[in-house]
Design a protein around this ligand. Sequence first.
Ligand code: ADP
Length: 625
Amino acid sequence: MAIKEFKTESKRLLDMMANSIYTNTDIFLRELISNASDALDKRHILSLTDPEISFDEPKIRIDIDKKERLITISDNGIGMDRKELEDNLGTIARSGSFEFKQELDEKSEADIIGQFGVGFYSAFMVADRVEVISRKIKEEKASKWTSDMNGYEISSAAKDDYGTTITLHIKKNTKEKKYDKYLENNEIQSLVKKYSDFIRYPIEMLVESYDYKEDGKSEKVIKPQVVNSMQPIWKKNKKEISAEDYDNYYMQEYYDFVKPLKTIHYKVEGNTSYTALLYIPGQRPFNYYTNDYKLGLKLYSRGVFIKDEAKEIVSDYFRFIRGVVDSDDLSLNISREILQQDHQMNVLKKSVDKKIKSTLQNMLEKQREDYEKFFDNFGSQLKYGCYDGFGANKDVLIDLLMFKSSKEDKYVTLKEYVANMKEDQNEIYYAAGESVEKIRQLPQMEKVLDKGYEVLYFTDTVDEFLTSIIMEYDGKAFKSILKGDLDLDSKEEKEELEKKNEESKDLISKIKDVLKDKVSDVRLSSRLKTYPVCLVSSNELSIEMEKILKQMNQEGVKADKIMEINPDHELFTALKKMADEGKDISEYASLLYDQAALMAGLELEDPSAYALKVSELMLKALNNK
Ligand code: ADP
């Protein structure tokens, strides 16, 4: 029989397992029991639609052979055929979390093993040899997978029932680690209690007890006994559950080493009845905004598992939510496909959505700090939710949105913004940019802030696109301070500007001529204070949107750019003088544009030419001194 090699990633993980002397090795049992429980779930689901598959006495059994140093975990679940043994146990299944581990492993490899579910391979934390005998449901033959970690072998085997039996050859004690304890009945029992109590299937062990006879004498007997309470945590009374229990359940279930930010355990009775235990994660899953992310919401019906990733019962914009919804009403006899269209599912979804929304709203009002943490992690999700479907859900979500603002560089909601608007202010001002820092440095910011207006910082890709969908809030339109005409001036100021524009007609048209390929217009404006120029766009597409679209490979889409000049800046006065004297200003016009483009975060077409021109000017200035 040939010994096969593990795949490279599996080898690495196995190495980590074998050397995990500082880690909590106890968790191997939880992992194997959890696999057994999953296998029973799968058998159950199949039995619903296939009359040939029975599901009579589901159970998990643990046996200890102290003398031979063996511990055996058996289940009568779905089982695995030869190919599945090879595929499932020859490679590491949970590649997502493994990548994550790779990123982190220099920091605290040992910790991570303990906190992530590492699945089947965790057996090698306590065993130097593992045998798996499995017979897949409806199959005649069984197969055996054996490994001492250096490689594995697969052969035929005999097994009476469907299911899987895993035998661990427990390691000998070392100086650092005592493995003998895993051969103690009491120890294993308490580990089951600690980590797997809520498993819904009976976990049986042989336990010593006393039989009392009629004559009053007792006799020591060894009998199989169920050692877990089988009650899932969400079915327990809230009073019986500590904050730690809630956190532990979450962390084990989702392989998260950060505690949940919020736990929502509730019961609904009436039209549709269900119990839910929902969590808002304390950190954003590393793959959250990718296609690899899977919704962590499970659907149960009266304590019986129905499905993972239950998209049917929560809106996509709340897909960060994790946990369990256990319905009292769903009928289990219908296949899962039919279930999806079920009216009851919609009712459930509405109710779950509503609960999440009210929880978030409540956090926003009463636990602002937590809400901001939540928003840092998942705020973009809510914005996308607002944007999707042309704003179909904006009414649900709009009041949950927050933006950083110029007022205190803190988050504000739109409601707060509007309440804080100046009397003469009719629009909601915003500026879009890559970061708060960059926006703060924009030349256009000064004047608006001087006038005492608050500006929302739009730093998320979706932010400005969102305004094209939601348009306004509380009757106030969104207005970019980097677009079109800001209309901040009084009548007199406007007339004054008009006059200046008129007086500088020639100069402006010369500049326009030089820049005709780059901007659609050049004008004097009152938007600026310290800086001589800036770029703005017309009211359609903004420069920031152009950049984002470019990143999305939509190069063709361009903002309509306008260069605005500060008529009160000395540079303008000097330039005007030059032009009036009939001198050529074209070089300076280009330099002005380059400055404006740089400040707008655009790339220069010819940065070297720009540098050369600046050097020339520096030389002139230095030599004139
Ligand atoms: P995970 O459980 O996260 O998928 P594991 O490494 O624990 O990762 O297990 C890999 C796969 O092996 C499982 O997905 C499952 O298909 C299969 N498996 C493990 N244990 C059992 C079992 N007791 N019965 C049936 N299949 C099992």
